[in-house]
Design a protein around this ligand. Structure first.
Ligand code: PMP
Length: 448
């Protein structure tokens, strides 16, 4: 029995009919399920007891590696002490402590932290804060939002509206929020294929923002939101100078710049944030995933003091300043996990470790150049993608088959369309990087 038929026999014991799986080809998956039952360090254990290297840190989120005792103990202790406290008009100490831990690694001045539970919620929160900020300062006409093609900003209505993924929008198009424009994405294989790190070509794409501003007038525009490195649509690295140019244009016109750092936050690129790495400071940053090593749902928005103070001082001292929040904002268990996670990052120097490993990761992923079907390879920090030529009439089939082959052979990457994406936990070893990409090489050679 090969690995996949073993999985199929295991799955016959499971009733799979009730669980409607997210972002999954349900029929395809349930016909050939892949089940994970355990996780420790760099490895998952499959339901049939195989060890699989986690080459994607779950969904770009388990940056400190799986099953960290410190996090488990912190959550357990917190749950024994107090499982829940109301998040509105009440507080608990570790919510404040978690905010301070997150603030400590944000760019200077972006140290006001609003907690939510998912990246999608963080994005919608950031968009709402941007609107509230402009209203609070008497510029309530600033309501338009600008996103980017191929942007993934979660699945809330705000997120899919500013996001630029047709598939995420088309089934819901009638209800997208109005008044949204999109910048062009920055991937260009004609000018910048196989670029290592930031492509030299493409800074001028930020000029599109001036065109949109000229069309609508800055007085009607609230914010621009981009992922500094677009993750989910295949690791799109910003061209040199591009983000700074966006920053300059936003500043010139009083438009807020939001970086969606749900993936890039907490070390993925070898710095605490992409903002720090690129030396470009936005007005708001969305965070999630690695904020607490993905152990318990949690996300956040880091806002500038100016935005915070403007909103907070906009009404009477006894009035609620921002009518927004979640039952589980700064949930005690999630906050405890966040504190323990941030302590691990600092104690083990994991952001710096990612920076040190990045050249090794770059060499390993680019060694796949010339392998069958490889059309582009791109990378930054511990994040990279291999884009394949699509099989005629079957887009996505090649990456899916390569993905299956990797999984059967002990490596779990991500796949999206015909792109394989890699983002291992920051504890990955050099030998494990070699193992990941030699398995991918074998997989590419095995597909048609
Ligand atoms: N923004 C970005 C950049 C993301 O990558 C994601 C998730 N991959 C989200 C937002 C949404 O996060 P969630 O799935 O937690 O809602």
């Amino acid at each position: 029995m090969n690995a996949i038929t073993e999985h199929m026999s295991l799955s016959t014991e499971l009733d799979m009919s009730n669980y409607w799986m997210p972002f999954t080809a349900n029929r395809q998956y349930k016909a050939q399920p892949r089940l994970l039952k355990g996780a420790k360090g760099m490895y998952y254990t499959t339901a049939d007891d195989r060890k699989v290297i986690d080459a994607s840190a779950g969904l770009w989120c388990v940056n400190a590696g799986h099953g960290r005792d410190e996090i488990i103990e912190a959550v357990h202790k917190q749950m024994m002490e107090m499982d829940y406290a109301p998040s509105f008009q009440m507080g608990h100490p570790i919510a404040f402590e978690a905010a301070s831990k997150v603030a400590a690694v944000m760019p200077a001045g972006l140290d006001r932290i609003f907690f939510a539970n998912s990246g999608s919620e963080a994005v919608d929160t950031a968009l709402k804060i941007a609107l509230a900020y402009h209203r609070a300062r008497g510029e309530g006409t600033r309501t338009r939002l600008i996103g980017r093609e191929r942007g993934y900003n979660g699945v809330g209505f705000g997120g899919i509206s500013v996001g630029g993924i047709p598939a995420n929008r088309k089934a819901f198009s009638a209800n997208l929020i109005p008044g949204v424009d999109h910048l062009p994405h920055t991937l260009n294989l004609e000018h910048a294929a196989f670029s290592k790190g930031q492509p030299a070509w493409g800074e001028h794409l930020a000029d599109e923002l001036e065109r949109i501003v000229a069309l609508h007038d800055a007085s009607n525009i609230a914010a621009v939101i981009v992922e500094p490195v677009a993750g989910s649509t295949g690791v799109l690295i910003p061209p040199q100078g591009y983000l700074q140019k966006l920053r300059d244009i936003c500043t010139k016109h009083g438009i807020l710049l939001i970086f969606d750092e749900v993936i890039t936050g907490f070390g993925r690129l070898g710095a605490a944030t992409a903002s720090e790495l690129f030396g470009v400071t936005p007005d708001l940053i969305t965070l999630a995933k690695a904020i607490n090593n993905a152990s318990i749902p949690m996300s956040a928005v880091a806002a500038s003091q100016k935005i915070h103070d403007t909103v907070i001082n906009s009404g009477a001292a006894n009035s609620i300043e921002l009518f927004h929040g979640y039952t589980y904002s700064a949930h005690p268990a999630a906050a405890a996990a966040c504190i323990a996670t941030q302590d691990i990052y600092q104690r083990e120097g994991l952001f710096g470790r990612a920076a040190l490993l990045a050249p090794k990761f770059e060499a390993a992923i680019h060694s796949l150049r010339g392998e069958p079907f490889v059309k582009d390879i791109r990378n930054l920090g511990l994040m990279g993608a291999v884009e394949l030529d699509s099989r005629e009439g079957a887009p996505g089939a090649r990456a899916y088959e390569a993905f299956l082959k990797c999984f059967e052979n002990g490596v779990l990457p991500r796949f999206t369309g015909d792109i394989l994406a890699f983002s291992p936990p920051l504890i990955v070893s050099e030998a494990q990087i070699d193992e990941i990409f030699s398995t991918v090489r074998m997989a590419l050679r095995s597909i048609k």
